[in-house]
Write a protein that binds this ligand. Structure first.
Ligand SMILES: Cc1cc2nc3c(=O)[nH]c(=O)nc-3n(C[C@H](O)[C@H](O)[C@H](O)COP(=O)(O)OP(=O)(O)OC[C@H]3O[C@@H](n4cnc5c(N)ncnc54)[C@H](O)[C@@H]3O)c2cc1C
Length: 222
């Protein structure tokens, strides 16, 4: 599904057109990008050289391709927020487990030191608050047909959960010590997944741009 730039018209969403392209069509070159992450799908660069597309493969209306894409993106942000919430929850529980079990000197585990325990308590408090916000947003999506009215909330949920997932995974690296870097633990994959979510499927800067312009009404820089 390709979102391509086309000549602008006066209509809303103009300047983009969404079309289905057969990846085996003449003129299409797909090059797999070497990336380390666990999202489950491969990433490619796509080159199109005079590719001919049948008229029936136009999706939506020519020049209004963004209107086709927005419903996907709102849902994708809620889905990503759900993934981030799971990552954050896993990171916190793994770090808490370690903070309780690891004893270096004396009888107290490392979690008894506030430098280790307080960040975990703070992360847990954020997790519980953000969980409620995400569940409310998801429930509202379930009961509405027009998700665009909830786009601000979808962006906020994605922003808050991805920041939380990264902060939780980052602190877990600290609590796990050198074990975090042992490839057999698989922790670096979790850490990188959490980091990726700040950049995609929408970067947090663009989520903030949306909230600033469409929720708060602040003029956009154009
Ligand atoms: C593994 C992976 C999976 C992905 N999956 C998806 C997906 O499922 N769906 C999807 O739509 N996208 C996906 N993306 C794309 C991702 O959304 C973009 O990579 C990201 O938005 C940055 O865009 P860019 O790579 O073109 O970099 P650039 O556009 O060059 O941006 C670079 C940096 O500058 C910032 N920036 C650029 N313009 C502005 C601005 N106006 N205001 C503030 N900051 C700005 C960006 O936020 C970013 O941090 C994925 C990316 C990766 C690496």
């Amino acid at each position: 599904l390709v979102l391509g730039r086309t000549p602008k018209t006066e209509k809303e969403g103009a300047g983009y057109t969404t079309i289905l392209i057969d990846p085996r069509a003449p003129g299409v070159t797909m090059t797999e990008l070497p990336m380390r992450y666990r999202e489950g799908v491969k990433q490619y660069s796509l080159e199109l050289d005079n590719v001919r597309v049948p008229a029936e493969d136009l999706v939506g209306v020519e020049g209004q391709g963004l209107l086709v894409m927005w419903p996907f993106t709102h849902i994708e942000r809620v889905l990503t927020a759900g993934l981030c919430l799971g990552t954050a929850s896993y990171a916190i529980s793994r770090a808490v487990e370690r903070a309780k079990a690891r004893v270096i000197a004396g009888t107290s585990p490392i979690g008894a030191h506030q430098a280790v325990g307080h960040p975990l308590a703070g992360l847990h408090a954020r997790l519980e608050a953000v969980r409620l916000f995400l569940y409310r947003t998801a429930a509202r999506f379930d009961t509405r047909t027009d998700g665009s009215a909830l786009a601000g909330q979808a962006n906020m949920a994605k922003l808050l959960t991805s920041d939380l997932a990264f902060d939780a995974a980052d602190h877990a690296v600290q609590v796990l010590g050198a074990d975090a870097w042992d490839e057999r633990q698989g922790w670096l994959d979790v850490y990188l997944d959490a980091r990726l979510s700040k950049s995609g499927p929408v970067s947090n800067e663009f989520a903030l741009n949306y909230i600033a312009e469409h929720v708060l009404g602040i003029p956009a820089h154009r």
